[in-house]
Design a protein around this ligand. Structure first.
Ligand code: ADP
Ligand code: MG
Length: 229
């Protein structure tokens, strides 16, 4: 049996303030290595909360979260940061690029926390920029790029450290549909033997492009928790 990339067992998340909200409840979810999964659901269904918990950015109120078989509740905050830096990559709706530095440096900076020497960082950044189709934009400043190109830079930055799992929260939310489709194709293409991809979306077309769909309603999984439906 191979170890699941991500495994949630009976996970709940309750926000006590400013009003008590049960954001997630009774979540059982196993994502196998190499899968591409879309998490769908209406606004407020708990999608971003689920992504934060999968990505160890937040701890659950109850239940168990395993990343690559490691029970994250046994880890200190420092050890969790290490797990994030070495195993997980994140892409958000906002691109969070440094507008005034080059595309190459935006991506290379993502490797700073891994203690990679500067020359290797830049080589690796150039490699992943090529992978996302931006070989011709390496010397541009991020501020000179289109929205779709910016999101490709953000994807390159997220995969530069070769994470086992790539987590994306509404990555096409700021893009027109044709540009967004290109980003989804890119994410789908990254999933495979070495990379697992989880994409949060409220867009049915985006969801259909992924290998599996998990649908959330009021903090619970209503379909998709046990493989393809
Ligand atoms: P989605 O991403 O599907 O729109 P979220 O996961 O962001 O949903 O939110 C789920 C529910 O949890 C919502 O009712 C939201 O208001 C609440 N919520 C999310 N984050 C917080 C927080 N940090 N503090 C309090 N309530 C929150
Ligand atoms: Mg959200």
């Amino acid at each position: 049996m191979t170890t699941a990339a991500l495994e949630l067992a009976n996970v709940s998340k309750i926000y006590p303030r400013p009003a008590r909200v049960v954001a997630l409840s009774g979540i059982d979810l196993v994502v196998a290595a190499g899968e591409s999964v879309a998490v769908t659901g209406a606004s407020g269904a708990g999608k971003s909360t689920l992504l934060s918990i999968l990505g160890t950015l937040e701890r659950p109120t109850g239940g168990t979260v395993r990343v690559a078989g490691i029970d994250t509740s046994t880890l200190s905050d420092g050890e969790l940061s290490e797990v994030r830096a070495t195993r997980l990559g994140f892409v958000f709706q906002q691109f969070f690029l440094l507008e005034h530095i080059s595309v190459l440096d935006n991506v290379a900076t993502g490797l700073l926390y891994r203690g990679v020497p500067a020359r290797i960082r830049r080589e690796r950044a150039a490699e992943v920029l090529y992978e996302v189709g931006l070989a011709g934009r390496i010397g541009h400043r991020a501020g000179q790029l289109s929205g779709g190109e910016r999101q490709r830079v953000a994807v390159a930055r997220a995969i530069a450290g070769r994470p086992a799992v790539l987590l994306a929260d509404e990555p096409t939310g700021n893009l027109d549909s044709a540009t967004g489709a290109g980003i989804i194709e890119l994410l789908r293409g990254l999933a495979g033997e070495h990379t697992t991809v989880v994409v949060i979306t409220h867009d049915a077309e985006v969801a259909a492009a992924m290998g599996r769909q998990v649908h959330l309603r009021d903090g619970r999984i209503v379909t998709g928790d046990r493989g393809n439906h």
